[in-house]
Design a protein around this ligand. Structure first.
Ligand code: SF4
Length: 366
């Protein structure tokens, strides 16, 4: 997908930094408008309804400074009985130019504009402090409220991150993506400290539900090129959808992975089933008329998220883990925000806490 924005705004505070300069080079014919803060941009958002707000926000790019806490826990972390994977995040961007019908950002972003935060030196200084304060390996992901690589052709931002993390003591970078925009990464040596995790789904879902993302074949060929360039690669089959013919499609996906990747080549597999927060289904139905993925029975958990009923979840997980076992029996694996009872049922080792989940996930990176 070639990326275009109706308007690009640059906060005067970041005008001279390297990422805005990369954007100027990428769009030499487009006027980049300098602004003092977000106020001047608000009038470009079409506020008629949720659909208009989201769609108009994705056409506006705003380059600015990140001003909040730099390092956070993954927003998917849920309280109580759920066992999380101890992922940490830094928000270098907020929002996404892709259009996945199930995307949680549709229901949770307060600012609909595509924002890119350019003060990398401040972010690296905060990461330095964090790296010096911990004594175990930590994954830091940039793809929780954005796609890590979707804009990399124009921002050329990730190579700075890869170089920074290559020198860290305890921190590993995870770039989570549905994009094949990897060209800028190929001539940087990650020194074993960057994992590019591709989110995967059967090709029928990619084309109908994950609009404007890279095709499955493009993601897998990008994964192969990154392995050759010295990167770790992981896969997220998430969210798995339950529909007529789901087994046939996911078997085909596993067969493709088995054909293209040998046991031991993939750092970890993350498996997750469709889950969503209240409000999301209504917005998605407005934006994607005829969408059916929210039309079946769901149950609401203590974290307020809707999930498939337990017998269906167990059926899907049993099927997925059987296929994974068949491909690479020793593949580190985890499922996002599931209870301890899930781990007992489907995993060879039951972690006692989130730190142990993280340790299991990272075992192939030592
Ligand atoms: S790639 Fe991720 S962030 Fe982007 S629309 Fe899809 S689910 Fe949302």
């Amino acid at each position: 997908m070639s990326v275009r924005f109706e308007h690009i705004f640059i906060d005067r505070e970041v005008s001279d930094l390297r990422i805005p300069n990369n954007v100027r080079d990428y769009f030499p014919k487009q006027t980049l408008v300098e602004v003092d803060g977000f106020e001047a941009i608000k009038k470009f958002i079409d506020r008629r309804d949720s659909k208009s707000i989201i769609n108009s926000g994705k056409k506006l790019l705003y380059l600015n400074n990140y001003k909040g806490d730099v390092i956070k826990y993954c927003p998917a972390k849920s309280p109580g009985e759920y066992l999380c994977c101890d992922l940490h995040t830094i928000n270098l961007m907020s929002n996404c130019v892709f259009n996945c019908a199930y995307c949680i950002l549709q229901a949770c972003l307060t600012n609909p504009v595509m924002q890119v935060h350019c003060n990398l030196d401040h972010i690296f200084a905060e990461l330095d402090k964090f790296d010096n304060s911990v004594n175990q390996p930590i994954r830091i992901c940039t793809g929780e409220v954005a796609d890590s690589l979707a804009l990399d052709n124009l921002l050329n931002q990730n190579k700075y991150l890869v170089k920074y993390f290559a020198e860290c003591r305890h921190l590993y970078l995870e770039l989570k993506t549905k994009s094949a925009a990897i060209e800028n990464l190929l001539d940087v040596d990650p020194k074993g400290r960057t994992v590019v995790s591709f989110s995967l789904n059967p090709k029928a879902i990619v084309s109908k539900i994950e609009l404007h993302t890279s095709a499955l074949t493009e993601r897998l060929s990008a994964a192969r090129r990154l392995i050759s360039a010295g990167y770790h690669v992981a896969f997220n089959i998430d969210p798995v959808l339950y529909y007529d013919g789901w087994k046939r499609d996911y078997i085909e996906l596993f067969d493709t992975l088995k054909e293209q990747f040998k046991p031991g080549e993939i750092a970890w597999m993350h498996l997750g089933l469709l889950r969503y927060i209240p409000g999301l289904a209504g917005i998605a139905r407005q934006r994607f008329p005829g969408i059916k993925i929210f039309d079946q029975e769901f149950v609401q958990g203590p974290d307020r998220k809707y999930r498939y009923p337990k017998p269906i979840r167990d059926e899907i997980y049993a099927f997925l883990y059987e296929n994974l076992q068949d491909w690479d029996a020793n593949m580190p694996r985890y499922s996002c925000v599931e209870k301890a009872s899930h781990w007992k049922k489907f995993h060879p080792h039951i972690p006692e806490n989130t730190a142990q989940v993280n340790k299991q996930v990272l075992q192939r990176l030592d």
